[in-house]
Design a protein around this ligand. Structure first.
Ligand SMILES: Nc1ncnc2c1ncn2[C@@H]1O[C@H](COP(=O)(O)OP(=O)(O)OP(=O)(O)O)[C@@H](O)[C@H]1O
Ligand SMILES: CC(=O)N[C@H]1[C@@H]2OC[C@@H](O2)[C@@H](O)[C@@H]1O[C@H](C)C(=O)O
Length: 409
């Protein structure tokens, strides 16, 4: 379809059309993940689109959240009941904050906001509710909520902002996550190599990239908890720490097989791929229930951490076996904060002995930046992609462009 532009036209829409037609775009990808450690800010140059996309990561920064930000998010995060006033206020407040953090980053890099074509803002997931998890017969649908309203980002920065990437995925039959496949396929596929791109964030997920490059086989899936349970129990049991430093607490403990079996006794692990989950399921309450069932309430803090670390690794193994069958063989490229935890990495390598492991630096993207980069790539596709049929025809992997557009004025 071709459209002729008739004047008068909203100048912001004209700018949008111009940006879409440029040979390359400068897009800032923003991600604030489930670990609540901070806002990842990735300034990307994207040339072309689709499988011809070329990415250059020009700048990257994680702006750590102050305690107050974390506290405010935790008041509503992954909880079935919250104050509606708190949620409403936080939505606007986070949007403003993210806008300001983008401006701060640009200033520290010596880059003018006027040179940025678009911001791609994931926002903060506060509740993820795939149907298999909420199981409410009165709501037979998947749903998810990200906050940090993008109109605030657009107005504060003066930059067109694309946000709320997960809703159309759901509207078109998906669970709203993971979206990684839509970017990973374009940037990191390699003919002749079976690849798994494993992200160890709060929740662990991977993307399968087939050696054949056939987009219909591509998918990404959550596999279970990554760091979320480790972080939660470290905060409780080792005051002053936010995570298990280099996996040392877990390394000093012993895996308790009875508790591990109880943790793994959930339908999520046997369910077909792709699937999503979140801290709504994998919460401290989930662990406490498993401890009660296995009579392991009194194991030491180190043993609990060792068992939870093994639990995260087992989730990766079980999903890899669902994808490949027994003895999965693939090149695994790791990203996310969990790659800084050698105890977790060693466990995954032990459970997948026929896989080769590297981190995503080898693919040209810093592991900590990969998710923020993803949203820049998704925004680029929304602006000028012509559509790649990722997972075409398979359940829960709709081939759609993602995101809503906020104009600065
Ligand atoms: N040196 C380290 N030792 C152990 N763990 C670490 C280290 N550095 C980071 N981590 C872990 O990585 C986490 C942050 O990971 P990341 O930033 O990938 O999460 P996220 O993006 O918020 O999660 P998600 O992808 O689920 O949204 C920390 O909370 C911690 O658990
Ligand atoms: C609902 C939601 O925010 N999910 C996140 C979360 O963090 C990791 C995992 O759970 C993944 O499913 C997803 O993020 C990545 C970026 C994705 O959509 O691919």
């Amino acid at each position: 379809m071709r459209y002729q532009y008739l004047s008068p036209m909203n100048p912001h829409l004209a700018r949008l059309a111009h940006i879409a037609q440029q040979p390359s775009r400068r897009i800032i990808g923003l991600m604030s993940g489930t670990s609540l450690d901070g806002l990842d800010v990735a300034l990307c140059r994207l040339e072309g689109s689709g499988t011809a996309s070329q990415l250059t990561l020009e700048q990257f920064s994680t702006v750590p959240y102050e305690d107050e930000v974390r506290t405010r998010i935790r008041r509503v995060f992954a909880q079935a009941e919250v104050s509606l006033e708190e949620l409403t206020l936080l939505n606007a407040w986070l949007g403003k904050l993210h806008g300001q953090l983008v401006l701060d980053c640009l200033q520290s890099w010596g880059i003018s906001p006027a040179t940025i074509d678009a911001i791609a803002s994931h926002g903060q997931t506060v509740y993820h509710a795939p149907q298999h998890q909420h199981q409410r017969p009165d709501y037979p649908l998947n749903a998810t909520l990200q906050i940090g309203d993008a109109d605030h980002l657009a107005v504060r920065t003066g930059v067109i902002t694309i946000s709320d990437f997960r809703q159309k995925h759901i509207a078109a039959g998906g669970e709203g996550a993971p979206l990684a496949a839509y970017g990973d396929y374009l940037l990191y596929s390699q003919a002749g190599e079976e690849r798994l791109l494993l992200n160890l964030g709060g929740i662990a997920n991977f993307t399968y990239l087939p050696a054949s490059l056939n987009p219909e086989l591509v998918f990404s899936t959550d596999v279970g908890p990554g760091n979320t349970l480790l972080d939660a129990f470290v905060r409780e049991l080792f005051p002053g720490h936010h995570f298990d430093p280099n996996g040392e607490f877990a390394a000093a403990g012993t895996i308790h097989q009875g508790l591990l079996n109880a943790l793994l006794a959930h339908d999520f692990f046997g369910a077909g791929l792709p699937k999503t989950t979140g801290p709504e399921l994998f919460s401290p309450a989930y662990v406490r229930a498993a401890q009660q069932r296995s009579r392991t309430e009194n194991i030491s803090s180190h043993d609990l951490l060792a068992t939870l670390t093994e639990f995260s690794a087992q989730g990766v193994k079980q999903a890899a076996e669902l994808a490949f069958g027994p003895e999965p063989q693939a090149a695994v490229y790791v990203s996310g904060g969990g790659m800084h935890n050698p105890t977790l990495l060693r466990a995954i390598q032990r459970l997948l002995p026929a896989c080769r492991f590297a981190d995503t630096n080898v693919l040209g993207v810093a592991p900590d930046a990969k998710e923020a980069v993803l949203f820049a790539v998704l925004a680029n596709e929304t602006l000028c992609g012509s559509g790649v049929a990722i997972g075409a025809g398979r359940q829960r992997i709709p081939a759609v462009s993602l995101g809503k557009i906020s104009l600065p004025g």
